[in-house]
Unconditional design. Structure first.
Length: 50
């Protein structure tokens, strides 16, 4: 039973750390997108093709 608890605890820590990393990185992506003037770089940031 202790082994299952440790796996759940490990998964929870990894999940929360990943969520916080995404939470703090997302505004940086939006700022870079808003400041970009080059169309090719803009398309790369949006992951689309023009």
């Amino acid at each position: 039973m202790d082994n299952v608890y440790l796996w759940i605890k490990t998964f929870h820590i990894v999940l929360i750390a990943s969520w916080f990393a995404g939470l703090f990185y997302l505004p940086r992506i939006y700022v870079n997108l808003a400041d970009e003037k080059n169309q090719q770089a803009y398309a790369r940031l949006l992951n689309t093709r023009y």
